[in-house]
Write a protein that binds this ligand. Structure first.
Ligand SMILES: Cc1cc2nc3c(=O)[nH]c(=O)nc-3n(C[C@H](O)[C@H](O)[C@H](O)COP(=O)(O)OP(=O)(O)OC[C@H]3O[C@@H](n4cnc5c(N)ncnc54)[C@H](O)[C@@H]3O)c2cc1C
Length: 478
């Protein structure tokens, strides 16, 4: 039987495209006359050194459940399997008689290698295989500088992207889907053991609704709320000033072109600057994927190789644990780390502050922070996380220079001026008057009275930490 005839089957391999709206792989199966068999294959080892972290798994569990529910509403359903991916696809092809496999592309280096191998092998075996872009505005290899090389600096990259910018038509989710019971049913979602046993993620779900419906709700809330004033408010962790779309974008629960087209539809004379500022942030996400594709070693190695000789401090596990658990004695840092632990997310401004504190005041290698974020963020994304850490550490492409050391007290004063963010996440300090909340060590008596268990001094003296970071940097340059 072949495509066009009513019962020809195609596997649609869902990965980080957990949605039905604007899903080109699913649509291609339908357009070519196949009955799609939606499959998810659990193969964490195939992410190489960057197997998904615990918070990602917790999110994925719920997102897969939401995808299955959406498929069932339309007459189909999701089948779950264990990897290895190639062997599982081959066995599914053999048992279902599927003639084709469709998927949407991923850009993590280990996934790119795996997918290229799967494509070649299956094609050699006579299976039709097609892959699509569902995750990016522009795929990494479609944007080049005048010399035909990848960009290393954001601004010219973004200008080039804008010159190619064209809002296409997004594909609506199919209203009905044909189903097939050929082949194995797969294992129940619970068998994948993605959901944490101990329930440490309980507090996440007050904040988040994984899945496509949750992504649209977040976009709607942003359009009706924080979009107005986004350009000025996006740096304020004490407000809901950003979209909180990052986990939804990471898991492909919403397409970036869909986000862009919804925003364009909302464009008025009054909100153009806010929309442009937001699209530019999506541009950073694009840039991160561009860099990861062209410089695939950067999740583990300094982009700027001069830093290979940098005198990072010898790691103290105790200090690292204090940073991870929000016990550094620097309130804005502790607030960020506790927000991360409770919600699986941290505001971008605070990500920069905690990362600067770790890599500069404590002078620990950025990979210790990147690993912690990887395990604890619900939006953990190899491209964005690598860019973020290398940017702050000063080791990356188009990075903040190493000598730019964020002063956490000044940052808190500027971006959390009423100390509300600190009071929310480090509630034991809420009883201190506002300026003291930023640097409570300045009044030891008041601190002891209000929060006897809070560290009386920061892990490192602010001035001394900064000076020794700069000294190490000067030595490197020398
Ligand atoms: C040290 C560090 C680590 C980071 N790790 C991650 C990560 O693992 N995953 C992740 O998605 N983002 C990461 N970021 C980027 C950024 O902090 C988050 O994308 C942002 O906070 C998400 O919140 P939002 O969706 O409300 O953002 P909005 O301000 O609403 O932005 C919209 C979208 O643009 C993208 N975006 C925004 N800022 C950035 C940025 N600086 N770099 C790349 N993309 C961006 C995100 O997809 C985001 O959802 C990191 C930043 C730093 C400094």
């Amino acid at each position: 039987m072949s495509a066009g005839e009513s019962n020809a089957l195609a596997l649609v391999w869902f990965r980080n495209d957990l949605r039905l709206d604007d899903n080109p792989a699913l649509q291609a199966a339908l357009d070519n006359g196949y009955v799609p068999i939606p499959v998810y294959i659990h193969a964490p080892d195939e992410g190489g050194d960057w197997a998904p972290g615990a918070a990602s798994d917790a999110w994925r569990h719920r997102s897969l459940a939401a995808l299955d529910a959406a498929l069932r509403e339309r007459g189909s359903h999701l089948r779950h399997f264990f990897g290895p991916s190639l062997a599982t696809l081959q066995s599914l092809i053999a048992t279902t008689g599927a003639e084709a496999v469709f998927w949407n592309r991923r850009y993590e280096p280990a996934c790119e290698r795996r997918d290229a191998n799967i494509k070649t092998t299956l094609r050699q075996q006579g299976v039709r295989v097609e892959s699509f872009n569902a995750a990016l505005l522009f795929e990494p290899w479609t944007v080049r500088n005048k010399q035909g090389l990848p960009f290393k600096v954001f601004t010219p990259y973004w200008k080039t992207l804008l010159a190619q910018w064209q809002l296409g038509l997004c594909i609506d989710a199919p209203k009905h889907l044909p189903d097939s019971d050929e082949g194995p049913a797969g294992v129940p979602l619970a068998a994948l053991k993605l959901a944490p046993k101990l329930g440490w993620d309980r507090t996440f779900w007050d904040e988040w609704t994984p899945g496509e419906a949750g992504a649209y709700a977040a976009l709607d809330a942003f359009v009706d709320g924080a979009l107005r004033g986004y350009r000025d408010q996006r740096d304020r962790p004490d407000r809901i000033g950003t979209s909180r779309l990052s986990p939804h974008l990471h898991f492909g629960e919403i397409a970036p072109w869909r986000v862009a087209s919804v925003l364009e539809r909302e464009r008025t004379a009054g909100n153009g600057a806010d929309i442009d500022a937001f699209l530019r942030e999506l541009g950073w996400r694009e840039f991160a994927h561009h860099l990861l594709h062209h410089f695939p070693e950067t999740p583990d190695r300094n982009f700027d190789e001069r830093f290979n000789d940098f005198a990072w401090s010898k790691l103290s596990q105790a200090q690292l644990a204090d940073w991870q658990q929000g016990r550094t004695g620097v309130p804005i840092v502790d607030a960020g780390m506790r927000e991360l632990w409770h919600t699986g997310w941290m505001h971008n401004r605070v990500r920069m502050i905690v990362a600067s504190f770790l890599t500069k005041h404590l002078r620990y290698h950025w990979r210790h922070g990147a690993r912690w974020f990887w395990d604890t963020l619900v939006d953990a994304d190899l491209a964005n996380n690598t860019l973020g850490w290398q940017w702050v550490a000063g080791t990356g492409a188009d990075a903040a220079p190493y000598f730019r050391v964020f002063n956490p007290v000044l940052q808190a004063t500027k971006f959390d001026p009423d100390g509300r963010y600190i009071a929310r996440w480090v509630p034991e300090l809420a009883g201190l008057p506002v300026p003291l909340r930023f640097s409570p060590w300045q009044d030891p008596q008041a601190l002891r009275r209000v929060a006897p268990d809070y560290p009386p001094q920061p892990l490192v003296d602010m001035g001394a930490g900064r000076d020794s970071a700069l000294a190490a940097y000067r030595k490197l340059r020398g």
